[in-house]
Design a protein around this ligand. Sequence first.
Ligand SMILES: [Fe+2]
Ligand SMILES: [Fe+2]
Length: 214
Amino acid sequence: MKSRHYSPVDKLLLHLDTGLRTVLGRPQTTERPNPAEDIAEAELTEADKDLAGRLMRINHAGEVAAQGLYEGQSLTARLPEVREKMERAALEENDHLAWCESRLKELGSHKSLLNPLWYGGSLAIGALAGLAGDKWSLGFVNETERQVVRHLDSHLAQLSDKDQKSRAILEQMKEDEGHHATTALHAGGVELPNPVKQLMTLTSKVMTKTAYRI
Ligand SMILES: [Fe+2]
Ligand SMILES: [Fe+2]
């Protein structure tokens, strides 16, 4: 296929389109079904339901942020192969986004009101990581995904055992995020310096604490 040449304005519009779709609409997903699709809804206590809603909101906000990061990086990443390698991962993040959203609805909860902020902030961080060079930006993906896996583990520990629907979604996400981390490493990602990792942990703490409430 002949590759098209996009002007900077074209590119900006394309990214804006992706951003709006992520925050407001239906981004493009893969062919995979929702892992919770065939699982029956359990009788959950109000408290379990409330907690599950809050945790799913955090995960949904995290997926919005993941989209921002991938988009930001693709704005500034230098090697086209790197972009291609991470494309499937970015699509899988859209699956996660869709699955979390539908579970949020089932639980009678809502998406984070600050999603546009999570997206915008992550877009900027992703673009910066991309500017630092591909090995760093891939290292950043690897570290992000590893931190997400840890979050998912803690959410799985908090969720009611009865809530098999939420659990199935988080289990599949955990598996995917682990793969994304490995893909980024194999594509040439490097280990990030500790202060950067700590800053990332801090940022994600702020996001998790806020999305738990709004
Ligand atoms: Fe994800
Ligand atoms: Fe991921």
